[in-house]
Design a protein around this ligand. Structure first.
Ligand SMILES: NC(=O)c1ccc[n+]([C@@H]2O[C@H](COP(=O)([O-])OP(=O)(O)OC[C@H]3O[C@@H](n4cnc5c(N)ncnc54)[C@H](OP(=O)(O)O)[C@@H]3O)[C@@H](O)[C@H]2O)c1
Length: 247
């Protein structure tokens, strides 16, 4: 049985990861901002298998408070899954630095803050696994999402660096690049490769236990993104927009 810490458990992929880990006999500590959704999830799960803190991952004070709550309950994670993410830009086509900053604070720095919190403990016990829930958008800037693609690219690149730095210290850094998933965030996607959050969670858990450094889920969109590299950015953007307009 492992202790698993997950960010963004109030909906979508994080919620499914929590349910599947608990069903497999593990203990989960989850965080998110919506207290009501966290309470509902807690009521669905077996007593003492799931603990939560209401915490905004862009707020350092709330993160410190969450760490204290975990310490008081003697909850030390074996696996830390950095899943919380937003994409407010999907709602419009404007350029907003405020939105881009919010995206970076949540998707990028909101993930790295937990590495700062847990890495001393992992180094001391010479084991531990961090998991980044990134996106296929990390591989190519999308004209619809200026901050989102950059935040996921930064997260994936940082994990490459961390993997190199801590390779001989017993620590694992796993990066998962998700394609379209049928959650609130993926609702507008018309991708024919879209999968359910429970299927995504199943594949993520399998990848985490195999300790693979990097995995794309599902794989076909990853192959297509590689192929689309031959297109100029302008052509790629036109193609994505035409596809979107005709869905
Ligand atoms: N769905 C897709 O098509 C897709 C594709 C590629 C990658 N991904 C990635 O997969 C991950 C999970 O997304 P999802 O599809 O499951 O979307 P989702 O249903 O919208 O879930 C996002 C989760 O992140 C939490 N969250 C957002 N901002 C937060 C903050 N500041 N502090 C704490 N928690 C926060 C949300 O909880 P609260 O609102 O309660 O805080 C929610 O639990 C994200 O990193 C996303 O970028 C998704």
């Amino acid at each position: 049985m492992s202790n698993i810490f997950i960010t963004g458990v109030s909906s979508g992929v994080g919620r499914q990861l929590t349910k599947q880990y608990v069903a497999d006999g593990h203990k989960v500590w989850g965080v998110a901002r919506r207290k009501l959704e966290l309470q509902k999830l807690s009521e669905e799960l077996e007593e003492d298998s799931f603990h939560y803190s209401v915490c905004d991952v862009s707020n350092e004070i709330e993160i410190e408070k969450t760490k204290s709550e975990m310490d008081s309950n003697n909850f030390n994670p074996d696996i830390v899954i950095l899943n919380a993410g937003i994409n407010p830009e999907s709602n419009n086509n404007s350029f907003s630095l405020i939105e881009i900053e919010e995206v970076m604070q949540t998707n990028y720095l909101g993930a790295l803050r937990w590495i700062q919190i847990f890495i001393p403990f992992f180094l001391e016990k010479k084991q531990g696994q961090f998991v980044a829930i990134s996106s296929l958008n990390a591989y190519r800037g999308d004209s619809r999402w200026i901050g989102y693609s950059a935040s996921k690219s930064a997260l994936s690149r940082s994990f490459e660096s961390l993997r190199g730095r801590y390779a001989d210290k017993g620590l694992f850094f796993t990066t998962i690049h998700l394609g379209a998933i049928d959650t609130g965030m993926g609702a507008n996607s018309s991708s024919p490769f879209k999968i359910s959050p429970s299927k995504a969670a199943k594949k993520i858990i399998k990848t985490i236990s195999s300790k693979k450094p990097c995995k794309s889920i599902p794989i076909i969109p990853r192959i297509l993104i590689g192929f689309f590299r031959i297109f100029t950015d302008r052509l790629f953007s036109k193609m994505m927009n035409t596809y979107r307009d005709h869905k």
